[in-house]
Design a protein around this ligand. Structure first.
Ligand code: AHG
Ligand code: MN
Ligand code: MN
Ligand code: MN
Length: 334
């Protein structure tokens, strides 16, 4: 463990390297950390607190049946972020349209997107779930309300991205373009402590991560590639183990630390896959690439895509460069 470097001290020490820094990131990341602690408390007491588990009775823009915790987390993150006047517009999985900030708040220089609660299908089963966030500099004129175009930027323009994992411990992982750092919440003192500085995704792995329940709908090339992972005739020269949790944050977290790849591919039933570009694929792509990995949709990189709409879906293949290079060659001929 890295002594007791808490998130605030880490941000301060990192920020010193940027004399022109305005402290905006400090405020943003500290508020995300606050929201994470609140959601973590809700998650950890879900069965005890009333009205946290179960369905909300609405569907969201992607057609998902909303869970109560989807909506709780959405409100917690919006409330934590709107007051600090660092954003001009916000977008989330649970809101059809971008959310403008109330008139009383000065409009900041950033635009933020988030998946407030990722892995909702796992909430009622006490399986790890998470939150994903993506931050851009606004492109619209400073001072006024932001707009949809401030959000619909290609992933390579993200200035920060990361996730919170509500698992056996609550962890916050993020990048601001200078590598990836991971913090673990110490519930005794309510602080996120730096436990995994400057993460590099390993090339060696024991795992691959994809929902084999959909394999009948995959392309033949993808099915053949995944079959080689069940033999020793693959780039690792050994049989790999399948690991699929069904919460992107948990599957990506294991891939970041344990190597290999995670994929939610396109298939005959879902020609664009299932994961959303703006608040799942892009932020996770930035984290993985900042840790030395790769993140593609097929023939090209996820972060190179020019977005068309807020909730557009995209196939995802991300992980160790060695794995993604081999998969892209075998499945997409690139
Ligand atoms: P969300 O709960 O935010 O809608 O995301 C769910 C996603 C993602 O977390 C996960 O990788 C994927 O759904 C799992 O889908 P399947 O259950 O179809 O495998
Ligand atoms: Mn959902
Ligand atoms: Mn999600
Ligand atoms: Mn979600």
């Amino acid at each position: 463990m890295q002594g007791n470097i808490n998130l605030t001290r880490f941000i301060y020490e990192t920020q010193k390297a940027f004399p022109t820094a305005t402290g905006d990131f400090s405020a943003i990341l500290n508020q995300i950390a606050l929201a994470a602690k609140i959601v973590s408390m809700e998650v950890n007491r879900a069965g005890i607190l009333d009205d946290v588990l179960g369905y909300q009775g609405e569907t969201n823009p992607s057609g998902d049946d909303q869970k109560k915790l989807d909506v709780i987390a959405d409100n917690v993150f919006f409330n934590a972020l709107e007051h600090i006047e660092k954003f001009c517009i916000m977008g989330s999985e649970e809101n059809e349209n971008p959310v403008k900030l109330p008139k009383r708040y000065k409009k900041g220089r950033y635009a933020i997107l988030f998946d407030p609660l990722d892995g909702s299908s796992n909430i009622d089963f006490n399986v790890s779930i998470g939150t994903i966030f993506s931050v851009f500099r606004r492109t619209s004129p400073e001072g006024g309300d932001g707009n949809l175009q401030d959000l619909l930027q290609p992933g390579y323009k993200q200035v920060a991205a990361g996730y919170v994992l509500y698992g056996s411990s609550t962890m916050m992982t993020f990048t601001t373009g200078q590598g990836v750092n991971m913090f673990t919440l110490d519930p005794q003192i309510g602080e996120f402590i730096l436990t995994h500085p400057n993460i590099r995704i390993p090339d060696a792995t024991r795992y691959y991560s994809i929902n084999e329940g959909n394999s009948a709908n995959w392309s033949d090339a993808l099915r053949s590639y995944v079959d080689t992972l069940k033999t020793s005739d693959n780039i690792h020269g050994k049989v790999l183990s399948g690991r699929y949790i069904g919460s992107m944050v948990a599957d990506v977290h294991r891939t970041l630390l344990g190597g290999g790849f995670f994929s939610y591919p396109a298939d005959s039933a879902n020609p664009s896959g299932k994961l959303r570009l703006m608040y799942e694929a892009n932020p996770m792509a930035m984290v993985i690439e900042q840790a030395g990995g790769r993140a593609i949709y097929g023939e090209g990189d996820i972060m190179g895509i020019i977005p068309r709409e807020l909730h557009q879906k995209i196939p995802v293949f991300l992980g160790s460069k060695k794995d993604i290079d081999a998969l892209q060659r075998a499945v997409f001929g690139k």
